[in-house]
Design a protein around this ligand. Structure first.
Ligand code: CUA
Length: 376
């Protein structure tokens, strides 16, 4: 008997600890669905709470009755056999009707939630920003057709504005997820989903791939950078500019020459080896006439680097683009600069990725860092 009591006390303690850790940790996490910053995520989180509350009530009531029955009616020494009964119409009806009502409550809130975030609920607005998110193995490409720009790893959007996202993949299934702004939607080859969301507050939000898509699935992250409309327009204008041309004879010019030799099979820079941005969802869509899904000349394998220096992340967020640590003349370049580390051995940083660059000398890396980071 004392053993049983001790176990019981431990069980209660363990339950309280587990519950408190759930509630204490989840609330302030940057990528938490409980800390929402937009109506779509809020509606989804509301449904989460409704189901959690209903499920908790069911859990407490059922476990309460169970524990009460176990302790109140447990066998004691010298007790006679319990009264043998068969069936109870009232009870049978009650435990059929009550769960039915409970499930209909959950169904009501689920349908309500689905309708709140459905494509039909997208607010019609002249300001809607349309963007195509392309899932690659393993990084995200973002194309703004209206502005004719393409970027990678960071999705810039204006605050308080409807963002309409076209989801495209020509490889495997990915899933687009920004926990604080919008729930997951699969990015399926041959089946182009769309979604929409609005961000209520300026800031940077973490996005991630939420469907296992290969070795580096966990390193398929992105940032959603929510800006004021003015900042967003400034960013658009900067991205629309041609790539910075390096001064003749400079280190960056050597980097550009090296880029032309080594990198143009997969990467494009407007004005260097590419003439314009392409919409991957069009040129790589085998369902559309004139597309060439397996043609790497038309269908980009790696991110367009025209404005690489303005980005925050490298290679699907596996590294940050820490420009301030990337002075090419610093003797510590290889230790401090993430871009240098990436160029030195991309397969060590992110095993399985498509970077098939030959071994570069430190001087070559220096020149590439100088060039790529100059591409603001
Ligand atoms: Cu893409 Cu997981």
């Amino acid at each position: 008997m004392p053993v049983f009591r001790r176990t019981k006390r431990w069980l209660v303690l363990l339950t309280i600890l587990l519950m408190s850790s759930i509630f204490l940790t989840a609330c302030n996490e940057p990528a938490s669905i409980l800390n929402t910053q937009g109506p779509v995520a809020s509606d989804e989180t509301y449904l989460f709470w409704v189901i959690l509350v209903v499920a908790s009530i069911v859990f407490v009531v059922v476990e309460g009755i169970l524990l009460f029955a176990i302790f109140r009616y447990r066998e004691r020494p010298g007790m006679p056999n319990p009264r043998q009964i068969h069936g109870n119409m009232k009870l049978e009806l009650a435990w059929t009707a009550v769960p039915t009502v409970v499930l209909f409550i959950v169904l009501f809130f689920t349908i309500r939630g689905v309708l709140q975030v459905a494509p039909e609920a997208e607010p019609a607005s002249a300001n809607t920003v349309e963007v195509t998110a392309v899932g690659h193995q393993w990084w995200w490409e973002f194309h703004y057709d209206k502005y004719n720009i393409t970027t990678a790893d960071s999705l810039h959007v204006p605050v308080g504005t409807d963002i309409h996202v076209n989801l495209f993949s020509n490889n495997v299934i990915h899933s687009f997820w920004v926990p604080q702004l919008t729930g997951k939607t699969d990015v399926i080859p041959g089946h182009n989903n769309t979604k929409w969301f609005i961000a209520n507050k300026v800031g940077t939000y973490i996005g991630e791939c939420a469907e296992y898509c290969g070795t580096q699935h966990a390193n398929m992250r992105f940032n959603v950078i929510v800006e004021t409309p003015d900042q967003f327009q400034t960013w658009i204008s900067a991205q629309q500019k041609a790539a910075v041309a390096p001064a003749p004879g400079s280190l960056a010019a050597q980097g550009q020459a090296l880029f032309k030799q080594q990198c143009t099979t997969c990467h494009g820079i407007i004005g260097v080896d590419a003439t314009k941005y392409v919409n991957t969802a069009v040129v790589c869509n085998d369902a559309l006439p004139g597309s060439s899904p397996n043609n790497t000349t038309n269908c980009p394998l790696g991110p367009n680097l025209t404005h690489f220096g303005s980005r925050d992340l490298i290679a699907g967020g596996v590294l940050t683009n820490n420009k301030d640590q990337c002075n090419p003349n610093s003797p510590d370049l290889m230790q401090t600069c993430n871009l240098a580390k990436w160029l030195q051995d991309p397969q060590a940083v992110k095993p399985g990725n498509d970077m098939a660059i030959g071994q570069l000398s430190n001087d070559q890396i220096k020149s590439l860092v100088a060039y790529l980071e100059s591409l603001q």
